[in-house]
Write a protein that binds this ligand. Structure first.
Ligand SMILES: Cc1cc2nc3c(=O)[nH]c(=O)nc-3n(C[C@H](O)[C@H](O)[C@H](O)COP(=O)(O)OP(=O)(O)OC[C@H]3O[C@@H](n4cnc5c(N)ncnc54)[C@H](O)[C@@H]3O)c2cc1C
Length: 381
């Protein structure tokens, strides 16, 4: 019989970060993944660590994003020390470029919105922006510096989190697919695999990314959906890009600061089911955005293209915390921000499991909110 203190369903960055946290608290932890670990959204991500909201729906997430960004230096230090691996973490900020419309007014709105949310953001005169990023396109009408934003290399981070988890005693089980929860009345006592084995544990964490909704007993609290993002990696020997560059059409994330330099460009936001194809239209969109930001990149070599499935939710917010089954905790639905939110998610779930409560308010992200919304709609109808 396989018995642990905690079984985590899903070995992406969320499951991995939680495992590392809990094993550090001396709990016996197993991570089950139906394929290789860290092979899905966490592998596909760009690695921007940006708590800035990309739309109105994401505004409630800003405090959690800020809290996670603040945890990042210690998280990286702990993971790098335990694993002996580097994560590509870099500070230095991001530059947001405005290329359309009434740029002056858009810049004022952007700065005011950020300040209202407690996020650092400064107007950046175009000559200063060009001094910081000489490759910036002449289509830039205005720019802002987001000095606190950072970035990381998700694949390096993923490898480091796995190695760090293994080093503190986490049992990693690739190739183990969870088919259902093992319930004893109102209590979750473990998980049943597709081969019929049961892994018993006092606590089960559901961190199966966009597939969380496929665990039958948990689906009503975790209505996750896949949202595809297409990406490309370019290698160039031109002007080195030092900051994350963003516009409303896409982004560039530089890796390293030498030449030739690799730059990751993204991304599309598509409802295409569980389909991970890279399409001509998708690439055209992200390469056009890259061209607008730094036209010099037209000379770059395309060294890789890929896509990944973000774990989306109906309200674009993550699903965190307990529901109505004892022993079950949700840590899923991180949509566009799972790399950013990994440290704070690990901290919250760790506190909940090891201490029975959390220091940060997470009611906004409760898995119960979807049922409450359904009940409210039914009452109105
Ligand atoms: C193109 C793209 C760009 C992105 N850029 C950024 C970014 O710049 N910054 C940022 O913060 N976030 C970004 N994200 C979002 C981020 O990647 C995700 O939010 C995050 O990786 C989600 O992590 P996860 O562990 O929940 O899911 P995943 O990494 O998808 O892991 C889930 C795991 O669960 C496993 N699994 C599923 N079902 C089962 C089952 N039944 N049994 C066992 N295992 C199962 C899967 O095999 C998988 O390994 C991006 C995502 C994409 C796709």
């Amino acid at each position: 019989m396989k018995t642990y203190d905690v079984v985590i369903v899903g070995g992406g960055i969320i499951g991995g970060a939680i495992a590392f946290e809990l094993a550090g608290r001396k709990l016996r932890v197993a991570v089950l993944d139906r394929q290789g670990l860290m092979g899905e959204a966490s592998w596909a991500a760009a690695g921007m660590l940006s708590p800035a909201p990309d739309c109105a729906a994401a505004i409630p997430l800003v405090p959690l994003g800020r809290a996670s960004l603040a945890l990042y230096p210690k998280f990286v230090e702990a993971v790098e020390e335990a694993s002996g691996l580097k994560t590509g973490y870099r500070t230095g900020g991001a530059i947001e470029v405005i290329t359309r419309g009434d740029a002056g007014r858009e810049l004022s709105t952007l700065v005011a919105l950020h300040h209202g949310l407690g996020l650092a953001c400064e107007p950046l005169p175009l000559d200063e922006a060009l001094a910081m990023e000489p490759g910036l396109g002449r289509e830039a009408l205005a720019a802002a510096l987001l000095p606190e934003e950072c970035s990381i290399e998700p694949r390096a981070l993923a490898a480091a989190v796995l190695a760090a988890s293994a080093s503190v005693g986490v049992t990693l089980r690739p190739g183990v697919e969870v088919a259902s929860l093992a319930l004893d009345g109102e209590k979750c006592v473990g998980v049943r695999t597709s081969r019929g084995e049961i892994y018993y544990a006092s606590h089960i964490v559901l961190a199966a990314g966009c597939w969380s909704s496929q665990i039958p007993e948990a689906a009503r609290w975790a209505p996750t959906v896949p949202i595809r993002g297409q990406m490309a990696a370019l290698r160039h020997s031109g002007t080195v890009i030092r900051h994350v560059l963003r516009s409303e059409h896409g982004y560039l994330v530089p890796r390293g600061s030498g030449t030739p330099q690799t730059v990751v460009v993204g991304s599309t936001i598509e409802n295409s089911g569980y389909e991970k194809r890279v399409t001509w239209g998708g690439l055209e969109k992200i390469l056009a955005a890259a061209n607008e930001l730094t036209p010099e990149l037209r000379k770059a070599e395309i060294i890789e293209t890929w896509s990944g499935l973000r774990p989306g939710t109906p309200d674009q917010l993550p699903i965190l915390g307990p529901a109505e089954i004892d022993g079950l905790v949700f840590a899923t639905g991180h949509y566009r921000n799972g790399i950013l939110l990994a440290p704070v998610t690990a901290k919250l779930v760790g506190e909940w499991i090891a201490e029975g409560g959390t220091g940060v308010e997470w009611e906004t992200f409760s898995p119960l909110r979807f049922e409450r919304a359904r009940a409210d709609r039914a009452a109105i109808a």
